[in-house]
Design a binder for this molecule. Structure first.
Ligand SMILES: Cc1cc2nc3c(=O)[nH]c(=O)nc-3n(C[C@H](O)[C@H](O)[C@H](O)COP(=O)(O)O)c2cc1C
Length: 293
């Protein structure tokens, strides 16, 4: 079992989080990820305040494990935050813009951890100063805001800037090798988006596709239009589609198999352990052992 501070804090069995993707991060996916030992996030950015409350309640019917809600700061309303504060998910994550201080205080007073997406060390420091409990590092592979540093450069810089806050790696993590790399670079967990699109839970949810108007609005969340919604509109088209919100959707989509979310979590977790164990054996054991020998 891979233990990190986040794994311990939320009593998880592996450092795998499913990203709060609007129109995909539904209660069934979130509960399945959490029940499998990871932590799921509801994609609530486009949901009204009563819908956010309904999503949280529906998820709670399916799991007693920790799960979170993902909101998008430019669109957050006081009422959405109030519903979260009363429904008490374990975490509320704010993407993009700086969340208002009174939202952070309201949520934390209700015992809810507040996470913020950041895309530069400077943003990380602001988030830490504002009182965030952890930061999600949006690698340049997926970020809609500058400086677009690749995760391999950005993650260690932000981990150092916000230490001792936990950091979560986002962008292109869809297998154990990449998750292991993220841990080595300083992450406490991975925020995996596109890989979970190829889950049975999301395919089922998307049998009723979102309306074109809703898809257009979500496309502008990052301030930069996403040009191709084939990922959302048609699960089958995903394999040939592109999506600006996700690098792994285009990079390795051809190799994904549709599996249950539980299988995806288990596979990511087992692969990560296998990769780290193989690394140790390739290097002749943990570095300290070699130094002492
Ligand atoms: C279908 C889809 C929709 C997404 N929508 C949003 C969004 O509205 N706001 C946001 O901040 N991130 C959004 N993301 C990004 C995810 O939250 C996450 O950071 C990203 O998917 C991680 O990279 P990966 O897909 O390569 O694993 C979306 C991703 C996908 C695949």
């Amino acid at each position: 079992m891979i233990r990190t501070s986040l794994v311990d804090t939320f009593d998880l069995s592996c450092p795998v989080l499913s990203a709060g993707m609007p129109f995909a991060g539904c209660p069934r996916l979130v509960a399945a990820v959490s029940n499998a030992g990871g932590m799921g996030f509801l994609g609530a950015a486009m949901a009204s305040a009563p819908e956010v409350a309904d999503m949280i309640r529906a998820t709670r019917q399916l799991t007693s494990r920790a799960f979170g809600v993902s909101l998008s700061s430019p669109f957050v309303t006081n009422e959405q935050v109030a519903r979260c504060a009363s429904e008490k998910p374990a975490v509320v994550a704010f993407s993009r813009d700086q969340p208002q201080r009174h939202w952070i205080e309201e949520l934390q007073s209700a015992g809810i951890a507040v996470w913020r997406h950041v895309a530069s060390p400077a943003e990380g420091r602001v988030a830490a100063a504002q009182g965030a409990d952890a930061v999600i590092v949006d690698g340049g592979e997926i970020s809609s805001t500058p400086p677009y540093w690749a995760l391999v450069n950005l993650l260690p810089a932000i981990a150092e800037a916000v230490s001792p806050l936990p950091t979560i790696a986002a962008g292109g993590i869809d297998d154990g090798r990449r998750l292991a790399a993220a841990l080595v670079l300083g992450a406490d967990a991975a925020w995996c988006g596109a890989r979970f699109l190829a889950s049975k839970e999301v395919l089922e949810f998307q049998r009723k596709p979102p309306t074109p108007a809703a898809m257009r609005s979500v496309g502008f969340i990052g301030g930069r239009p996403k040009s191709d919604f084939s990922v959302l509109a048609s699960p089958a088209a995903r394999y040939g589609g592109t999506h600006h919100g996700s690098s792994s959707a285009t990079r390795t989509a051809a190799s994904w198999e549709i599996k249950s979310a539980a299988e995806i979590v288990r596979e990511l977790s087992e692969e990560t352990s296998a990769v780290l164990n193989a690394l140790y054996s390739r290097l002749g054991g943990p570095a300290t052992g070699r130094d002492q020998g």
